[in-house]
Design a protein around this ligand. Structure first.
Ligand SMILES: [Zn+2]
Ligand SMILES: [Zn+2]
Length: 111
């Protein structure tokens, strides 16, 4: 089950997918992105309108896995655990990158 962490880019708590869950969502995300592209080419609508109109497989799967209603499939590109590296042993935030040597939130060095 996806655990919720502070997302450094959205600046809100977001359920982060495990590698296993991300493996399920990622292929759907690729399909959705293609879907947006072809829909826009065919209908000539803007990105915003396409996003409001379409339903996305990746978002539905993400909701199924996490209970969090995401409407923008593009946001899902960074909502998985291995993107932000390991959890800080002191404050519990994710370290922000896989190469981080200290926590961007509390400053504790990676143990
Ligand atoms: Zn985010
Ligand atoms: Zn920390």
């Amino acid at each position: 089950m996806a655990k919720t962490y502070h997302c450094w880019r959205c600046d809100i708590p977001i359920p982060m997918l495990t590698d296993e869950e991300w493996d399920v969502v990622r292929p759907l995300l690729r399909i959705d992105i293609e879907y947006i592209k072809s829909y826009r080419e065919q209908s000539g609508v803007g990105l915003r309108e396409a996003m409001d109109t379409l339903r996305f497989k990746a978002c539905e799967k993400y909701f199924e896995l996490t209970g969090f209603k995401e409407t923008n499939p593009n946001a899902l590109w960074h909502h998985y655990l291995s993107h932000y590296g390991p959890e800080c042993s002191s404050c519990g935030h994710l370290l922000r990158t896989t190469e981080a040597v200290y926590c961007a939130n509390c400053g504790k060095e990676k143990s």
